[in-house]
Structures are given as C-alpha cells and as structure tokens.
Ligand binder design. Structure first.
Ligand SMILES: Nc1ncnc2c1ncn2[C@@H]1O[C@H](COP(=O)(O)OP(=O)(O)O)[C@@H](O)[C@H]1O
Ligand SMILES: [Mg+2]
Length: 448
C-alpha cells in the first residue's frame, strides 16, 4: 500500500460488540495490504478511555451497540479529537440514517455485507485527513508569515516615522541655518561695500584737499584785491569832476556800457557765494574723511545721553521751528566709545528726522538698555521711507533730497561708525507714518 502520511503503522480503534465482525473487518484490511494495530471496545467508557490511551488514527464504528451507539461515538470524537476520522461499519442502514451520520461528522460508511469497500474507505478517510492537516498547516504557516509580515511592516513604519521626524528636525535646523547665512551674507556685503567705499573716500578726500586749499586761499586774496580795486575805483570817480568835459563823457559811456553799479554789487555777491560753495565742498571732504576715519580718535568712557544733549544744542536752530523734541532717557550707563563719532551719528539722525518733517512734527529721542546692549532711538513723525528705498539708505551717496541739500553720506557714515563700535543700526519706517532709527551698542566695547 501507499505509505500512510503518519509514517508509522496505522492505529485503528474498533467500536464493535461482535468480535467476529471485527475480525472480518481486520481480515479485509490486511487482505488489501493495510498494516495496522487495532483495539476493540464495546462500551462508552472503554471507547472514551481508548481515545485517550490508544490514540487511534482512525475509528471504525458499528452503528448499534448494546449500551452505546455510533452516533454518540461520532459526537464524542468530534468534540474531543476532531482530527480522528470516523468510518461507520454497520449492518443495514437507511438512507436517512446515512445522511444523519455524515452530517454528524462521519467520513464514510461501509455496510458489513460489502466489506470489500472498507480498505478504500479507510484509505480515503486517511487521505482526506492528511489533506486537511496539510491545509491547516499551510494556513497556519500563512497566518504566521502574515503576522510576521505585519510585525515587520509595523517596525518599518515606526522606523520610517522616526526617520521622518528626524528629517523634519534636520530640515528645520537647515532652514534656520540658511536664514542665518543669508543674514550674515548681507551683513558681509554691506561691510565689504563700506570698506571699499572707505578707501575710495579717503583717496578722494585727499585728492580734493589740495586744490581746495589753494582755491580757498586764492579766493581770500581775490576778495581782498577786489576790495582794493573797488576802493581805487571810488577814488577815481571822486576825481572825475576835475577831468575835461570830453573825457568825462567818454568815461560815462564806458560806465554805462559795463554797468558799473551792478558790477560793484555783484562782484561781492559772486565772491561770497563762491566762498560759501567752497565751505560746502570742505564739509563734504570732512564728511568723507570722517567716513573713512582718517582722523581716528581714542576710545573713552562716555555718556551717550550727554552726547545727545550736546548734539541737540548744536542742531537746535534747525530743529526748534519744525519739531517738538521729546526726550525719554532711561539713564543708561556710560559705555566705552569715541564720543565725537557717536555724536556725529546722532547729528545725522536728528538732521534726517527734521528734514523728513514737512510742516511741523515731533522728534522723540529715547535711550534704554537691553541685556548687554544700550540703545539710542530717534523717532520722527515725518514722511517715512518708501519700502524700495529701505535697503539703500545706508549706501553712500544715496539721497532722495534735492541737489545741494543732501550728500547721501550721513547714514553710510553713521553705519560705519556704529559698526566700528561693534553695534548696529535698526530702522523701522512706513511711508506717511514716520521713521524710527535705533542705534544698538554693546555696553562693553569689543576689542577693536
Ligand atoms: N528719518 C528719515 N525719514 C525719512 N527718510 C529718511 C530718514 N533718514 C534717512 N532717510 C532717507 O535716507 C536717505 C539717506 O540719508 P543720508 O545718508 O543721511 O543722506 P542725506 O540726508 O544726505 O540724503 C535720505 O535721503 C532719505 O531718503
Ligand atoms: Mg542725512
């Protein structure tokens, strides 16, 4: 026979009250080549006991027994050992009874007068059981691998979630860094610009200084010479009466031709205007020099509030008709600085503030401390700064003022002074709503 799936000799439990019937059945099985060990029981108690002790691979059960029956046996097997197939071996059996048995769980039934069917029936039942077990094992393996897969997916998801949050954190850190980099970059650009402009300015200032010097002194001489010449002209005019009539007429003709009266007046005007112009050029040169720090001064401990007051005094004439000046000093401590330079910063801010006011407005000067910094704020109620100008106001020569009233150097100069002090200038402004310039300086000067 084909080797059964148990890989050992078959164990058959027979529920049969007639020993000869059992022997007949055994004979049939052996005849068909099935090797087995068997045990025969008759009662319910013996049957239950044998199910546990003998551990049969298959049960062959009679239908009618003196104090037990096949149907009950099937139910016990179904309940206790559903893996053990039951084949009924009975005398006569009605169709209804047969259907009931199969319903209850019997694998097959064989009539005692057709025992030739027994061996194939047993083999079929065992084959079916083998298939069932294989399927169960496969299902179990499938479920197990499914569970394992699910666990792996869960783990992987957790890992991915972890990696994702880490990535998010890294991304945020990166964005912050990029922001800082951009800020540093723009600061670097501004200070680069300042450094090269500083060099340029000091060169230009130097070059202009010489011609300004001699033009200035020549203008002084010219003014004196003109005064002398005019004095001489007056004397000649006084002496005119003594000249002959003819000569006087000729002189009068020339005088009218050149318009001596106007000339006399205008010469003085031209000279003083030119001197004024020269003064302005000298101022610009001085600004350029200051801007490039040609004349460096020593650092000292000084009060910014005192500096503000003395600067206010100097510019008071420009301010007093155009603005109410409000001081909100916090009584900040002295800092190590070059006061003359910072005063110049304050002067620039104050002049810009008053120049931004059209009719009449208000200028507020505040001071305060913030951690290791002190700050000075100049706020005006003026016309404010256009957003597109905000990024350019610290550029040298950037001005929105008419030619002659603005050089565009004030803020760039202030910027470099404050930067040399290890500080910064912050601006807040909106068109039509005024501006606030804040100078922030470290309490303790950086070693510079
Ligand atoms: N308080 C302010 N209100 C409005 N605009 C200002 C103010 N301060 C500066 N600005 C703008 O910045 C420009 C540059 O200022 P600045 O460098 O001092 O040069 P200038 O005063 O000679 O024009 C000014 O022309 C003006 O447009
Ligand atoms: Mg200015």
């Amino acid at each position: 026979m084909e080797q059964n799936f148990l890989n050992r000799e078959l164990r058959i439990l027979m529920l049969e009250d007639t020993p000869s019937d059992a022997e007949l059945a055994e004979h049939e099985l052996r005849k068909d080549g099935i090797a087995f060990t068997s045990m025969r029981v008759e009662t319910r108690a013996a049957f239950i006991d044998a199910l546990e002790q003998f551990q049969p691979d298959i049960v062959l059960s009679d239908y009618n027994l003196p104090d037990f029956n096949g149907m009950a046996a099937i139910q016990i097997v179904q309940r206790e050992h559903p893996e053990v197939p039951v084949v009924m071996v009975t005398g006569a059996l009605s169709d209804v009874e047969a259907v009931e048995l199969i319903h209850a769980g019997a694998r097959d039934y064989v009539l005692k007068d057709r025992l030739a069917r027994l061996a194939p029936a047993v083999q079929r039942a065992l084959a079916m059981e083998r298939d069932l077990r294989a399927r169960k094992a496969a299902e179990q393996a499938l479920r197990k691998s499914h569970d394992e897969l699910e666990e792996r997916v869960r783990q992987r998801t957790a890992e991915l979630t972890n990696a994702n949050t880490q990535l998010q954190a890294e991304k945020a850190a990166q964005e912050e860094l990029i922001g800082k980099l951009a800020e540093a970059h723009s600061q670097l650009l501004q200070s680069e610009k300042m450094a090269s402009i500083g060099q340029l300015a000091s060169g230009v200032a130097h070059e202009i200084n010489n011609p300004i010097g001699f033009v200035n002194s020549n203008m002084g001489s010219l003014q004196r010479y003109m005064q002398d010449l005019l004095k001489l002209l007056s004397e000649y005019e006084n002496a005119e009466q003594q000249l002959p009539e003819e000569t006087r007429a000729a002189l009068a003709g020339i005088k009218q031709q050149v318009d001596v009266a106007y000339l006399r007046n205008d010469v003085a005007n031209l000279l003083s205007e030119s001197m004024e112009g020269l003064q302005r050029v000298k101022h610009i040169v001085q600004d350029l020099k200051d801007f490039s720090h040609v004349d460096k001064q020593e650092k000292q401990w000084a009060s910014l509030e005192q500096g503000l007051d003395s600067t206010l005094n100097i510019v008071w004439n420009e301010l007093k008709y155009k603005a109410d000046v409000v001081k909100e000093y916090a009584g900040i401590p002295q800092i190590e600085c070059i006061p003359a330079q910072l005063n110049q910063v304050f002067m620039n801010l104050l002049m810009n503030a008053v120049q931004a006011i059209d009719e009449h407005g208000r200028i507020t000067i505040r001071t305060g401390t913030d951690g290791d910094d002190v700050w000075v704020e100049v706020e005006d109620s003026g016309r404010g700064i256009e957003p597109e100008h905000l990024s350019r106001i610290f550029d040298p020569f950037f001005t929105t003022k008419p030619v002659g009233s603005g050089t565009g150097l004030g803020l760039s100069l202030s910027y470099s002074i404050v930067q040399d002090h290890g500080g910064r200038i912050e601006v807040k402004s909106a068109p039509g709503q005024g501006s606030v310039f804040r100078v922030v300086l470290p309490l303790h000067a950086a070693a510079a």
